[in-house]
Design a protein around this ligand. Structure first.
Ligand SMILES: CCCCCCCCCCCCC/C=C/C(=O)SCCNC(=O)CCNC(=O)[C@H](O)C(C)(C)COP(=O)(O)OP(=O)(O)OC[C@H]1O[C@@H](n2cnc3c(N)ncnc32)[C@H](O)[C@@H]1OP(=O)(O)O
Length: 280
């Protein structure tokens, strides 16, 4: 028994050192940088969503930490949005748990008392755009990367709470166009419509994100937190009061033949694109 212990410990240590963490947390003086780290494109499967939720919760409980920068270990992709393979040919039980994880992560990030800034170096479609919009400010790199809620282009419909967060960020008319047409925009256009606060060269994204975060943190903390709650709680409450109904809507919608065939087509197009890229 005693001889087993070191072996068990060694195995556990090996497992810990080889299990890649889905979210990396780097603590600075009074804030943390949270980097999404699920190769290749930070698509949000259930485990990554849960890891984000847990990371934010753990930072909320750390008395030294007042804010966070949400970022990615992949400078080309902030997040590819929800993992489409979670929704394609799903098992109903997992699909339900997956959606609850998405609801929870949204509610946590949108209403966290921490000050939050998204440092968006790379693409940020759909669920990636939602994570960014949940933050208090967004800095995005100039050039190629795109951000937006492109759900309609996949033949799916964003839930009401993704719409609400976009309306709160850029207003009703811009949301109508962005959401209805499934548009994604670059940082400059994002700044014009208020989706992005600062559009800067990629090498400045983190320093500007830190500057914005420090501005939020310079506000007396209880005034900042109460104001955030006053601005956001009503929106969050709309989902909190309809969690099960929203989840059932999603599951029913997702399991229809029409949505399944739209997702199959979209996955095939992504695969074809990836193969063409690899062949170059
Ligand atoms: C009556 C109405 C009731 C309504 C009720 C509510 C219903 C709700 C319905 C559901 C709505 C849910 C909301 C959905 C939110 C989403 O987030 S959907 C996801 C949308 N995401 C995308 O469209 C992004 C797709 N990906 C890309 O555009 C590109 O991959 C990229 C992010 C720009 C990166 O490009 P690049 O670097 O060139 O990488 P690729 O070669 O394209 O990809 C690498 C591999 O990654 C796979 N992949 C990419 N994105 C995803 C993804 N989102 N999910 C799963 N997998 C993804 C890609 O296939 C490649 O895989 P391999 O071929 O195996 O390498």
């Amino acid at each position: 028994m005693l001889r087993c212990l070191p072996t068990f410990r060694a195995r556990a240590a090996r497992a810990m050192s080889t299990t890649p963490s889905l979210v990396q947390i780097e603590k600075k003086d009074n804030y943390a940088i949270v980097r999404l780290s699920r190769a290749p494109v930070n698509s949000l499967n259930m485990e990554l969503l849960q890891a984000i939720d847990e990371a934010v919760q753990s930072l909320e409980q750390d008395k030294n930490i007042k804010g966070m920068i949400l970022s990615s270990t992949n400078p080309k992709i902030f997040s590819a949005g929800l993992d489409i393979t979670e929704m394609y040919q799903p098992k109903t039980k997992r699909l339900r748990e997956f959606w609850r994880a998405f609801q929870n992560t949204y509610l946590r990030l949108y209403t966290t008392p921490l000050a939050t800034v998204a440092a968006i170096e790379g693409h940020s479609p759909a669920g990636g755009c939602l994570l960014a919009m949940c933050c208090d400010s967004r800095v995005m790199s100039l050039g190629g990367p795109l951000i937006g809620l492109n759900e309609t282009k996949l033949g799916i419909v964003a839930p009401f709470w993704m719409r609400d967060v976009m309306v709160n960020t850029i207003g009703h008319r811009e949301t109508e166009k962005m959401l209805g047409l499934g548009l994604q925009v670059n940082a400059l256009r994002g700044k014009e419509i208020g989706l992005i606060d600062e559009a800067v060269p990629v090498e400045q994204v983190h320093s500007v994100a830190e500057k914005l975060l420090l501005e939020w943190l310079s506000i007396p903390s209880s005034a900042r937190k109460l104001t955030k709650a006053m601005m956001r709680d009503e929106t969050a409450q709309k989902l909190r009061s309809r969690l099960d109904e929203d989840r059932s809507n999603f599951v029913d919608f997702c399991e229809t033949d029409k949505v399944q065939s739209a997702l199959a087509g979209y996955l095939a197009a992504l695969k074809k694109k990836a193969e063409a890229k690899a062949a170059k």
